[in-house]
Design a protein around this ligand. Structure first.
Ligand code: UFG
Length: 342
């Protein structure tokens, strides 16, 4: 049978690596494109151990449209290229405030180049890695896909909005191009094998990588950013989704694009349940039987008070929903942290 290739830009990254594994399990052949700007070659070894073979891989910067076109065409000659899943992007909110030009250049530039390479190679399905950050602090939660897109709080958030817009416009101008804009809530956890997971380079700015490093004694106690928010316990509320549930949604979205005559559709990907920072700490302690050292500190600028997903559209259209609990995610995150420390 002809191979069914799926191009995964940023496939050595956190969500990309889990999606590559999930694609393989669903019968696709993932083709990873990554320049290791925020990942490491060892990730490919972890993927290889899970899928039982070295994945297709190209060390390329996605902004090189001609190189990307050559790669796409070489796979089209060997089988069918079903689509592209575009993860490759810079993703640190704080860093984006200090380096806006780099963020615009990399995140928007790579998406423009990718769309050009897809056009040149006749690839018609695109899945874009977006974020609930496009909603800012929504007036109504849970937030659905019709909520207004608010002015972005950070250059990072702006790049997600801009890429969504340019993909929408590209779909309008090219009837054969279809796309899903997947708006992630807070991805956490790791593959239960602990062979792949999140590899934060340097000081982690996200909650779970910091929490697990603090629990392992590798960092100062976790600072909970603010306990005076208007929530039940005063700490911010988010929707934490297991990275493998998120990965499964990409496969479902790709299959949906193959089967439907869609143009460009946005989907929220979350559990639909909001959890506060204090609840997450408690759940981590309960799931793993260890104590998390933490202190309360001031609010972090740019944080929204509470956001969680109305993911009914993804369930209805894609036939997808989360299978794993917060405790599953936190157990897998801790198993991965212990593996990193070996
Ligand atoms: N938090 C702490 N202490 C920490 C780190 C985080 O208390 O050391 C809190 C934050 O204040 C927030 C929650 O934990 O309330 C989650 O913070 P993260 O940094 O893990 O995640 P965010 O919700 O801020 O950001 C995530 C993604 C972004 C995305 C954003 C959209 O990391 O890419 O959701 O809301 F843009």
């Amino acid at each position: 049978m002809a191979k069914r290739f799926v191009i995964v830009t940023g496939g050595a990254g956190y969500i990309g690596s889990h999606t590559a594994v999930t694609l393989h399990e669903a019968g696709f052949t993932p083709v990873i494109i990554d320049n290791f700007s925020n990942s490491k070659p060892e990730v490919l070894e972890g993927i290889a151990k899970i899928i039982g073979g070295i994945p297709e891989f190209h060390e390329v910067d996605c902004r090189s449209q001609s190189v990307m076109t050559d790669i796409f065409q070489s796979y089209a000659a060997q089988g069918e290229v079903i689509g592209v899943i575009h993860f490759a992007a810079y993703k640190a909110v704080g860093e984006s405030v200090k380096k806006p030009l780099e963020y615009f250049e990399n995140n928007i530039g790579s998406t423009v180049a990718l769309l050009g390479a897809m056009n040149a190679s006749g690839i018609s399905n695109l899945i874009f890695s977006s974020s609930c950050t496009v909603y800012g602090q929504p007036r109504k939660i849970p937030v659905n896909e019709n909520a207004p897109i608010l002015t972005a709080e950070s250059p990072y958030g702006f790049t997600k909005q801009a890429c969504e817009r340019l993909i929408k416009d590209a779909c309008k101008s090219n009837a054969s191009l279809s796309a899903c804009l997947l708006r992630y809530f807070n991805p956490i956890g790791a593959h239960p094998s602990a062979l792949i997971g999140e590899l934060p380079l340097g000081h982690p700015s996200n909650l779970i990588p910091y929490l697990t490093q603090a629990a392992a004694g590798l960092r100062e106690p976790l600072t909970v950013f603010g306990n005076d928010y208007p929530t039940d316990d005063g700490t911010c509320v988010r929707d934490y989704i297991h990275v493998l549930d998120l990965a499964a949604a990409h496969v479902a979205a790709l299959q949906w694009l193959e089967e439907n005559d869609a143009s460009c559709e946005a989907f929220n990907l979350g559990t639909g349940q909001g959890k506060s920072v204090s609840e997450v700490i408690q759940a981590f302690e309960d799931a793993n039987g260890i104590v998390v050292p933490y202190i309360y500190g001031p609010r972090r600028s740019g944080d929204v008070t509470a956001i969680f997903a109305d993911a009914a559209k993804a369930q209805r259209e894609l036939g997808w929903k989360c299978e794993r609990s917060l405790e599953d995610s936190l157990r897998d995150a801790w198993r991965w942290q212990k593996k990193l420390a070996e």
